[in-house]
Ligand binder design. Structure first.
Ligand code: SF4
Length: 503
């Protein structure tokens, strides 16, 4: 039985129990130690400063879908991060020739009465109103924490209301309290798409040139064009899912020759379903960020499709061109240090790219860590000199680390660069869908931007002089990982779990 046969998807903790949220190698505490602590799924913090609700990344995908209304069934503030995400939706639409198109995000704004008497009727009325006002193809009825707690049956409301509206109603189960891992978001959205937008069987024969390339909300059209260009060189055509994919177009995913993930954390749930139900083989391994990783990504695809020779020739040609283009830039990075903070795959792949560019890597913070990332961490040589920290945000830990390590540049999320900036450290955004970041072009573009960032750090130095962080000197004197509690009893180091078992 497939997960998609159930109305509600499993949370990530159940599907990947080996996932960790708290880890820090204390070698940067009271002097360097060369031994690394095990990464344990059961480790936790005695103090936590925040977390990431799965709605944040889920809305990043859902809000991008054209002809779709995202109807949040929950408290009025629930999912309000969609306001911040809208910049990506607007920019993504503008780049795709739909200027000025915002995300359609509505809320049932449940109140105290609804908590006592139930919010089902309000949801049904909101679905009908959204259908009449916006005439979308799809309405995503997203369940937040409140309906999950009071027991509103979103699936039942959707089924009963379906006959009254033209749009297809897809229930989405994204109750934030159920999972501590934001990666649950991807499974939740794919669950709704897989149940509601895929046909019972493929509508036609396989297209031998079509490859499903699974994009992510933080990559833009420039990155998609780069991957399409590389696939085109191998005689292949890229179909991008799920971000900005038309609801009617998802059926095409069932006719592709193969699927390849851009971020393995993101896609295994959906790609396994395409494999099992529609016989579309998939690759869920490397992230095409940086020189080595882009090569591995292409070689994997070549191997899967019997195009190994073509992939090898392409990688050699692209690497030669890129290395020549990087030649004049790389001397600027000699002796420079860097720190990166991002989702698990992106942080580790970017760490490798920074080393390829000639930076000394001081630290990596990953929002979580699971079996997918073990292969990525291994590429980085853990006996090297960088600190590895797993943290679902936790800016207090980040501030302490950065103050000790003093990198020349910090790379991070556009929501998360302020800690570094307030310490006077130049910050480079790596989640800007307007920039190139992926593939060979992305490696060159990031190098160019880093060179510019480092050549004039005056803005960040000024910010550091005038904007202060709220922590006391005692905290900066403490071990940055002193709030992390190791697992009790016997706990396995996640890096020792064979990858096949973890996946
Ligand atoms: S789903 Fe829950 S945790 Fe997420 S924003 Fe809504 S109330 Fe908060």
């Amino acid at each position: 039985m497939s997960y998609l046969d159930s109305k509600v998807p499993p949370i990530r903790e159940l599907r990947h129990p080996e996932t960790a949220l708290a880890h820090g190698e204390s070698r940067c505490g009271q002097g360097p130690k060369k031994s690394f602590c095990p990464i344990q799924a059961q480790a936790d913090r005695s103090f936590t400063q925040g977390s990431i609700c799965p709605l944040l990344p889920a809305l990043g995908i859902m809000a991008s879908l054209p002809d779709t209304v995202v109807l949040l069934h929950g408290a009025v503030g629930c999912g309000s991060c969609a306001m911040g995400n809208n910049v990506n939706v607007r920019a993504g639409n503008a780049m795709r020739g739909n200027p000025g198109k915002d995300a359609l995000w509505l809320s049932t704004a449940l109140n105290e009465d609804n908590v006592i008497f139930g919010g089902g009727e309000k949801l049904a009325a909101a679905i009908v109103e959204a259908d009449q006002v916006y005439r979308p193809k799809v309405i995503l009825a997203v369940s937040g924490c409140l309906p999950g707690v009071i027991g509103d049956d979103v699936d039942n409301v959707a089924a009963e209301t379906q006959a009254k509206v033209k749009a297809r109603i897809l229930p989405v189960h994204c109750e934030g309290f159920k999972s501590r891992f934001m990666a649950t978001a991807y499974d939740v959205v794919y669950h709704a798409v897989g149940r509601g937008l895929l046909p019972a069987e493929a509508p036609g024969p396989k297209d031998p040139t079509a490859i499903n390339v699974m994009n992510v909300g933080s990559m833009g059209l420039t990155d998609e064009k780069e991957l399409a260009r590389l696939l085109g060189e191998m005689g292949l055509k890229a179909n991008f899912f799920p971000v900005f994919a038309s609801p009617d177009g998802f059926a095409k995913a069932t006719q592709a020759r193969a699927s390849i993930s851009v971020c393995p954390t993101h896609d295994d749930y959906f790609l396994k379903h395409l494999e099992e139900k529609y016989d579309v083989p998939s690759i869920v391994r490397h992230m095409p960020i940086g020189i080595k990783n882009t090569g591995l990504w292409l070689m994997d695809l070549g191997e899967k499709l019997g195009l190994k020779k073509e992939a090898k020739a392409l990688v050699e040609k692209e690497e030669a061109e890129l290395n020549a283009a990087l030649e004049p830039i790389k001397p600027y990075f000699a002796g420079k240090t860097a720190f990166v903070s991002a989702g698990e795959y992106r942080s580790l792949a970017t760490g490798l790219l920074l080393r390829e560019l000639g930076f000394k890597l001081l630290g990596i913070r990953s929002f979580h860590f699971d079996g997918f990332a073990e292969v990525e961490l291994a590429k980085l040589d853990r006996d090297g000199d960088f600190v590895f920290n797993v943290a679902n945000v936790q800016p207090f830990e980040e501030a302490n680390l950065l103050k000790r390590l003093k990198p020349d540049v910090f790379l991070g999320h556009w929501h998360g660069n302020s800690t570094a900036a307030r310490l006077g450290i130049p910050a480079q955004v790596i989640y800007n869908s307007g920039y190139a970041y992926i593939g060979y072009q992305g490696a060159y573009d990031l190098a160019r931007r880093l060179r510019r960032r480092l050549s004039n750090p005056a803005f960040y130095q000024r910010v550091g002089r005038f904007a202060k962080l709220p922590y006391r000197p005692q905290w900066y004197a403490a071990d940055p990982f002193s709030q992390i509690r190791a697992a009790e009893g016997e706990a396995q180091d996640l890096t020792e779990i064979p990858k096949e078992a973890a996946i």
